[in-house]
Design a protein around this ligand. Structure first.
Ligand SMILES: Nc1ncnc2c1ncn2[C@@H]1O[C@H](COP(=O)(O)OP(=O)(O)OP(=O)(O)O)[C@@H](O)[C@H]1O
Ligand SMILES: [Mg+2]
Length: 248
């Protein structure tokens, strides 16, 4: 676990005169799950959008496999994005397409795979991985929220990314579906040896998935450690995350 897959240093970003990211520094190592904690509006989504070049930082460096994202040209950026899965907050499927068509999309449009049998094989594999083989001909509107999240996850892993950025993968799900998603995140890590950043407000999800946690507060990383380490913290900015059920 020693290779740095993602390295962020001195990241700064201001929107409309308000500095959201003041000084973000962290790395993600090979085959590591890094969980980002922070209150709403702290800039967690902004941070991971800078990683895949959807947003440009004002200052600081973001490197993927040692390569500066800002220095990538369009074709390099595209190539990098095919190796980096991104499960957006509220991951939307294409409503007018079946599950099969939703999953075929990244294969035919992004990876330009032309062989229909190859495409079908990978769709079946990805659906199998998320336990939803039966849903292949369904429309997204016929699926529950938890199933849609799992299809979103299947669409993310179908391109076999080495890095996956999960933005609130369990938000809006019941505890059992959330647990299933977290278990899937772990299974994907084991099976494909991925490195991931997981943004979550779901502490059960953090407990299950995190090798390491970073807490972001007022634009800076204020704490780093394992779940067990941070759980013991008495810092007023950290403690409440781990005691969301309320203290006696
Ligand atoms: N493209 C943008 N243009 C202007 N402001 C933006 C943009 N993207 C994000 N912001 C602002 O940056 C701040 C941080 O947003 P961000 O979405 O990163 O928060 P977050 O930590 O992910 O919060 P949440 O936990 O609610 O998802 C917010 O105030 C948001 O309004
Ligand atoms: Mg967010």
């Amino acid at each position: 676990m020693n290779h740095k897959v993602i390295e962020i240093a001195g990241l700064k970003k201001t929107f409309d005169g308000k500095q959201i990211l003041k000084n973000i520094n962290f790395s993600v190592f090979e085959n590591e799950n890094l969980v980002l904690l922070g209150r709403s509006g702290e800039g967690k989504s902004v941070t991971i959008k800078c990683i895949i070049g959807l947003l440009e930082q004002d200052e600081g460096s973001v490197k993927i496999y040692g390569e500066e994202v800002l220095d990538m040209n369009q074709s390099r950026l595209k190539e990098m994005r095919t190796k980096t899965g991104f499960l957006f907050q509220g991951a939307a499927l294409y409503d007018s397409m079946t599950v099969r068509e939703n999953l075929a999309f990244p294969l035919t449009r992004v990876l330009k795979i032309r062989n229909r049998q190859d495409v079908e094989k990978r769709i079946i594999e990805a659906l199998d991985a998320v336990g939803l083989s039966d849903a292949i001909n369904k429309m997204p509107s016929d699926l529950s929220g938890g199933m849609r999240k799992r299809i979103g996850l299947a669409r993310t892993i179908i391109v076999k990314p080495k890095i996956i950025l999960f933005d609130e993968p369990t938000t809006g799900l019941d505890p059992i579906s959330s647990r299933e998603i977290c278990d899937l995140i772990m299974e994907i890590k084991r099976k494909y040896r991925t490195s991931s950043i997981i943004i979550t407000h779901d502490m059960e999800c953090a407990r299950i998935t995190a090798d390491r946690i970073i807490v972001i507060h007022e634009g800076e990383c204020i704490a780093e450690g394992t779940f067990e380490e941070l759980e013991k913290s008495t810092d007023p900015q950290i403690h409440p995350f781990f005691n969301w059920m309320g203290d006696p």
